[in-house]
Write a new protein. Structure first.
Length: 63
């Protein structure tokens, strides 16, 4: 059975009580995020992406 993104988020919530924290720092490999969340679950660590530096974000938003 193939898991949907929603299924993976539910597994994360069931395991840790919170949804994965997605800040956009991994936008360049967005197709890997479901796999990264599953790896975090397997490693017994909630999936939490790093914060994006506001200066970097502003740079990309103004291009």
């Amino acid at each position: 059975m193939m898991l949907t993104y929603g299924d993976i988020v539910r597994l994360h919530v069931d395991k840790f009580g919170v949804e994965p924290v997605i800040t956009g720092v991994n936008y360049w490999r967005a197709n890997k995020i479901p796999e990264l969340i599953l790896e975090a679950i397997d490693n017994k660590q909630p999936y939490v992406e790093a914060n994006i530096d506001p200066k970097v974000l502003q740079h990309f938003l103004t291009q």
